[in-house]
Design a protein around this ligand. Structure first.
Ligand SMILES: Nc1ncnc2c1ncn2[C@@H]1O[C@H](COP(=O)(O)OP(=O)(O)OP(=O)(O)O)[C@@H](O)[C@H]1O
Ligand SMILES: [Mg+2]
Length: 326
C-alpha cells in the first residue's frame, strides 16, 4: 500500500475504548496530515496512552474506527504499522550493555544494518556516549536512546508517548530539538504530552483531550494566534461593561486592575475608537500573547462548566495543573 497525496497519515472516526467502569477514549475523531508534528495534549488519565495503544493495535477498540496511511482494513493496518516507529514506554534496554549494543539488538530484530545504528545514534546526539553502559546513562540519555531505537528503519510516522516525561529542562530541550529536526525533515510525528509549553514549542498542530474527549484541535498557530487585549481605564466598571458589549470580543474578563478580552480581529485601534466613542478613555492598552495554557483553560473550563479545575493537578499548585515547566 502506498500513500496517495493528500491522504491523512492518521484519521480516526468516533474511535472509542470503554472498560467496564471507565470510558478511556470517547468517540474521538481527528486527523494527522503528512509532515505535521501533532501534539496530543491532555492531563493524566485523559486517554492519551489508550489512544496510542489503539493506533498501534495493542488495544482493541470498542467503538469507531481509524485509518493509517489511508487504509482501515485489518491487512491495511498491519502493513501500515511497518511504516511506524513508536515508543509506548521506555523499552527494556539491557543495563549492562552499551547504548550501541542495545541498539544492535533492536536493529537485529528490525533487520537493520550497522550503518543505520550509527545514523540514529548521531541523530539523537549519543554518538560519543554510545559505548557507555545503559545503566550509566542519565534519564535524558535513556530517553534519547529510546528515540534512536524508534528511528531504526527510518519510519514515516513516529508515535511517541510522553517523550519528555520526567526530564529536566535541559533534557526536554534536547528531545524537543531532535523532534523538531525530524519534523523539519518531513517526518510525521504524533506525540502525547501533558506539558503545554512542550507542545507549544515542539508541535505544529494540537488536539486537546480531556476525559477521553477531544475538546479542541487546530494548528498551534491558529490556537494561539488571537491576542488577548489587556486594558485599563479610570473607571474599570464602565470599561468592563463596555468591552462586554464589543462585537469583536469573543470573551472578556476583569482581572485585577485591568480588563482582558480576546479579540476576534486582534484590532486594538478599532477597539480603542469604539470605546472612545462611548466616552471611555484608556490609560493602558496592549496586546498580550495568548498561550496554549490560556486555550486549555478556556476549552476545559467550557467543557466542564468550571474554570479552575481542569484536571488532576500538581498538589497545591493551583494554576499549573499540567505540570508545566518553562
Ligand atoms: N486496562 C485498563 N482497565 C481499566 N481502565 C483503564 C485501563 N487502561 C486505562 N484505563 C483508564 O482509562 C483512562 C485513560 O487512561 P490513559 O492511560 O489512556 O490516560 P493518559 O492520558 O495516558 O494518562 P497519563 O498522562 O497518566 O499517562 C484512565 O482513567 C485510566 O484509569
Ligand atoms: Mg499515558
Amino acid at each position: 500500500m502506498t500513500s496517495v497525496p493528500g491522504t491523512p497519515i492518521i484519521q480516526t472516526f468516533g474511535l472509542s475504548k470503554r472498560y467496564r467502569k471507565t470510558t478511556a477514549v470517547d468517540e474521538i475523531s481527528f486527523r494527522v496530515e503528512p509532515g505535521q508534528v501533532f501534539g496530543f495534549l491532555g492531563p493524566n488519565g485523559a486517554g492519551k496512552t489508550t489512544t496510542i495503544g489503539l493506533l498501534l493495535g495493542i488495544i482493541t477498540p470498542t467503538g469507531g474506527r481509524f485509518e493509517l496511511f489511508g487504509g482501515g482494513s485489518a491487512s491495511d493496518l498491519h502493513a501500515a504499522r511497518r511504516r511506524i516507529g513508536a515508543t509506548l514506554e521506555t523499552p527494556n534496554f539491557y543495563p549492562y550493555l552499551s547504548g550501541r549494543d542495545n541498539l544492535r539488538i533492536v536493529a537485529n530484530v528490525k533487520r537493520r544494518d550497522a550503518a543505520e545504528i550509527e545514523r540514529v545514534l548521531d541523530l539523537v546526539g549519543l554518538g560519543r556516549r554510545a559505548k557507555h553502559k545503559f545503566k550509566a546513562y542519565s534519564l535524558g540519555m535513556k530517553q534519547r536512546l529510546a528515540l534512536a531505537a524508534t528511528m531504526l528503519g527510518d519510519p514515516e510516522l513516529i508515535i511517541l508517548d510522553e517523550p519528555a516525561n520526567g526530564l529536566d529542562p535541559e533534557g526536554m530541550r534536547e528531545i524537543r530539538e531532535i523532534i523538531r529536526g525530524l519534523g523539519e525533515r518531513g517526518k510525521t510525528i504524533f506525540l502525547s504530552s501533558h506539558l503545554l509549553s512542550e507542545v507549544e514549542r515542539t508541535c505544529t498542530h494540537v488536539a486537546i483531550i480531556q476525559n477521553g474527549r477531544i475538546i479542541r484541535q487546530d494548528s498551534v498557530a491558529d490556537v494561539t494566534s488571537h491576542g488577548v487585549a489587556g486594558l485599563r481605564s479610570a473607571d474599570l466598571e464602565a470599561l468592563a461593561a463596555a468591552v462586554g458589549e464589543y462585537p469583536a470580543a469573543l470573551w472578556s474578563d476583569r482581572r485585577g486592575d485591568r480588563v482582558v478580552a480576546e479579540l476576534d480581529d486582534g484590532d486594538l485601534a478599532a477597539l480603542n475608537a469604539w470605546l472612545g466613542a462611548r466616552g471611555i478613555h484608556l490609560s493602558h492598552m496592549a496586546l498580550e500573547a495568548r498561550s496554549l495554557e490560556d486555550v486549555f483553560m478556556e476549552a476545559t473550563g467550557a467543557a466542564e462548566g468550571v474554570s479552575a479545575e481542569v484536571g488532576p493537578g500538581d498538589a497545591g499548585s493551583g494554576s499549573h495543573q499540567l505540570g508545566e515547566v518553562r
